[in-house]
Write a new protein. Structure first.
Length: 199
């Protein structure tokens, strides 16, 4: 199978997985059901993903790739650090608060083994956060921000940007964010970060 054909089939399989996950939850979603909905064979799913946890881990990785790629590109291009944050914020909010991320978080909460939660942490948070730290450290080196500890600066930025929005989405008390909401929230986060870490 050609790589582009395989990639397209994986997208179809993963779309089917999300559809069943949102409808049935993690426990009620099976590899057989995903294969049936995606019109794929069970053998294909097990060959490509190993098992259900492997498939959902692939969903986590793909979901975080857009933000990770953006950060890597902007860091390599030597763009102004605060401009990177302004570009990043709306994309990160869209990623974290979008239906796919929320479905994965709900699935992780329902997974008694804790394995999916570990996958979310390793492939999402632990992949993206070091890149956010690099952006903030660039801002400090250039004199745009002033703070003592990078980890605290990252935590502050995420608190300002995301706050409790993700948990409120997971428990269903707020709707998915609009593009305008993400833009405004991101600009606010950068503005407050500058005020609280002014050189």
């Amino acid at each position: 199978m050609r790589p582009e054909t395989k990639s397209h089939r994986q997208e179809e399989i993963e779309a089917a997985a999300y559809q069943l996950l949102e409808k049935n939850g993690f426990a009620g979603t099976s590899m057989q059901g995903i294969a049936r909905l995606a019109k794929a064979s069970n053998e294909t799913l097990y060959n490509w993903y190993g098992d259900k946890l492997g498939l959902f881990n692939a969903l986590v990785v793909r979901n975080a790739t857009q933000v990770k790629t953006l950060l890597e590109q902007e860091l390599s291009a030597k763009r102004d650090a605060l401009e990177i944050l302004e570009l990043l914020g709306p994309k990160l909010l869209t990623l974290l608060l979008g239906p796919r991320a929320i479905a994965l978080n709900r699935a992780a909460a329902a997974d008694p083994s804790g394995a999916l939660g570990q996958a979310l942490s390793q492939s999402g948070r632990e992949t993206v956060l070091p890149l956010v730290r690099q952006v903030l450290e660039r801002a400090k080196r250039s004199g745009q921000l002033d703070y003592d500890h990078s980890d605290q600066a990252v935590a502050l930025y995420l608190d300002l940007l995301v706050g409790d929005l993700q948990i409120r989405r997971v428990i269903g008390t707020i709707p998915p964010p609009t593009a305008q909401f993400c833009d405004v929230r991101s600009a606010r986060a950068v503005s407050l970060l500058k005020q609280w870490t002014a050189p």
